[in-house]
Ligand binder design. Structure first.
Ligand code: G6P
Length: 612
């Protein structure tokens, strides 16, 4: 989730760019840079790894006086965090910053190298700079060159481009990644998000996917990338405070991140689903087809919410790839001298990629000869660095301590891993794979519908039960880890005692807790466990529990037998966790909000746990 800022005006650009980037810090970044048309007629680039203060120190040491420039904070996706991979990227007179992923980067790189481009970084962005440069060499002006280049790109991007030859303008474009324009007095701005521009102007223009614009001191003229046709995009007045704007108008980052899950899944699936061949592109998994066939056992290692994703992943690996799979809490795996070695695949699942227990457990497995695959959200973090390969989630930075969108993205990667293995091991036929791949592709829309469609009902229920002393979450099979996750979310942020339980285990203990004061949230999608879950639900009702069912649309038994039903659409069994978890995240959120706790930074908890 990189940040972009641009300014063309009469004030000095460097301080405006640094200030804008600082206002985008919440998006997360690992390096930063600016490019400025200097008063001396040069186009200069400065980049630095790490925090913005490193970039600022360089700019203080050698100032770049000039009034037109672009800036960028990079959250690595292609290539590790380093100065050479930091933006802006340069090719001849062209300078580019970019947010997003260019999907056809492999083919593009080969084509550019054939034409003699010398590509210095591992990034997809530098390729865009070279492509535009070739178009300029072919005689096009900056705007036409960018347009021609964009027509050859697939993927999600927001870009801003400068040319040494046209120092009075910035050309920007957007497809799926955010970009907003700001209109000032004798100045025009661009930014990845509203907060970057708020101190300078409140007159904003929101580009649509497929738009590009030329920014000059006078105005911003918007055209369509494909047709070149001029379009008018209405100017909007933004009266948010800076803090509201960072959260995109949501009250808390957690609520924003819950709503961002469809996008997180889209970004995580992008370029990986092979819909034509009902398969998954698995080059990031780091195994050959022969390796895939030879795996004896998979160990999934993780902590916290990632452990619940791993538990769900076990179902995928066993059902789809038919590989015996063990899920371990990383802290319990260590020091037990586990029997593990060559032939075993260890998958370390971690949002931060830095959790010390997961890191140490993965190290131990590696020392014993197992292959280690990381599933992490932070590129270049410790666990991917240690692992033999990294299959990243692309959820973007998660700010709320309680993980939501990273959890969903982890499920997506675990399912894609299982599909890839299942195809290679001959345990998943084309039809089965097609159903899963197509089902995954449809998920973002269904997730959006569930979040939007259930949030009011969930908020009402949270209000009704906010003072409950205990809450029980029950589920079987694939819904069991989701029940655990629902309980963990509620504990983490609302400090209410909650238990997630395998529904079948209820009569072995937690049933003693149930009375009319205890809400029981039962995950009961129509799956192979449904009938049995229904009996457990009746046991809870018989003890006067307040039962809320998370059930498939049109489930009459759920309507009849529970106090309240939250409906999710009918999807393949494997995909139910992606949908059932959403109302549980919302429930935890609203209870915490009604109680007035610190939702984004709950007491005693840390986002990244680097102590044992
Ligand atoms: C902390 C966080 C949790 C997270 C867990 C594992 O406890 O508060 O949200 O699930 O660490 O973190 P990881 O980065 O390894 O997924």
């Amino acid at each position: 989730m990189c940040g972009i800022v641009g300014h063309v005006g009469s004030e000095q650009a460097a301080p405006i760019l640094l200030d804008g980037l600082r206002r985008l810090e919440y998006r997360g970044y690992d390096s930063a840079g600016v490019a400025i048309h200097t008063d001396g007629g040069e186009l200069k680039v400065v980049r630095a790894v790490g925090k913005l203060r490193n970039l600022e120190a360089q700019l203080n040491a050698s100032p770049l006086p000039g009034t037109v420039g672009i800036g960028h904070t990079r959250w690595a996706t292609h290539g590790r965090p380093s100065e050479v991979n930091a933006h802006p990227h340069v090719a001849g007179p062209i300078v580019v910053v970019h947010n997003g992923i260019i999907e056809n980067h492999l083919a593009l790189r080969a084509r550019l190298e054939e034409r003699g481009a010398k590509i210095a970084s591992d990034t997809d962005t530098e390729l865009v700079a070279h492509l535009v440069h070739f178009k300029v060499k072919d005689g096009l002006d900056l705007e036409s060159a960018v347009r021609a280049a964009l027509r050859e790109l697939h993927g999600a991007y927001a870009i801003a481009v400068l040319s040494k030859n046209e120092p009075d303008r910035i050309v920007v474009a957007k497809s799926s990644s955010p970009l907003v324009l700001g209109l000032g007095d004798g100045a025009t701005y661009c930014g990845s998000d509203i907060p970057a521009l708020l101190p300078y102007t409140r007159r904003m223009v929101f580009l649509e996917d497929g738009d590009m614009a030329v920014l000059t001191r006078e105005d911003a003229s918007v055209t369509r990338i494909d047709t070149g046709e001029k379009v008018e995009r209405a100017e909007k007045h933004i009266d948010w405070s800076s803090v509201m704007a960072e959260k995109a108008g949501f009250k808390h980052f957690m609520l924003k991140e819950i709503h961002e899950q469809p996008r997180a899944i889209e970004d995580t699936l992008r370029g990986r689903l092979d819909r034509e061949n009902a398969d998954v592109h698995g080059h990031e998994i780091g195994l050959s087809d022969a390796d895939a066939k030879a795996i004896q056992r998979v160990y999934l290692l993780a902590c916290g919410t990632s452990h619940h994703a791993a538990m769900t992943g076990r179902y995928y690996l066993e059902q789809i790839a038919k590989i015996p799979t063990t899920v371990e809490l990383a802290s319990e795996f260590r020091g037990r001298d586990p029997i593990i070695g060559p032939g075993d695949l260890v998958v370390a699942v971690s949002q931060s990629g830095e959790t010390i227990d997961t890191l140490m457990a993965a190290r131990e497995a590696k020392e014993k000869g197992a292959k280690v695959l990381a599933i992490a959200n932070v590129i270049g973090s410790a666990i991917p660095r240690l692992a033999d390969a990294a299959f990243y989630t692309h959820a973007g930075p998660e700010i709320g301590v309680a993980s939501t969108k990273c959890f969903s993205a982890q499920l997506a990667n675990l399912l894609m891993l299982s599909i890839w293995l299942g195809r290679r091991r001959g345990t998943l036929d084309t039809n089965g794979a097609r159903e899963l791949v197509e089902g995954l592709a449809k998920l973002p829309v269904q997730m959006r519908d569930v979040v939007i469609g259930t949030r009011q009902l969930v908020a009402n229920l949270a209000k009704r039960y906010r003072d409950a002393r205990d809450v029980l979450f029950l589920g079987r099979g694939l819904s069991f880890p989701i029940a655990l996750e629902g309980a963990l979310k509620l504990k983490e942020i609302s400090y209410v005692h909650a238990e997630g339980y395998a529904a079948g285990e209820m009569k072995h203990g937690p049933i003693a807790l149930i009375d009319s004061a205890v809400p029981v949230i039962v995950l009961m999608p129509k799956d192979r466990w449904y009938d049995k879950t229904l009996s457990n639900l009746q046991e809870a009702m018989a003890r006067e529990g307040q039962v809320i069912g998370i059930a498939t649309e049109g489930d009459e038994a759920a309507q009849r037998l529970t106090q309240d039903v939250i409906e999710i659409p009918a999807v393949l069994e494997a995909l139910t966790p992606f949908l059932t978890v959403l109302p549980l995240q919302l429930y935890a959120y609203y209870v915490a909000d009604f109680k007035g706790t610190d939702v984004d930074q709950p007491r005693n908890l840390a986002k990244t746990v680097t102590v044992e």
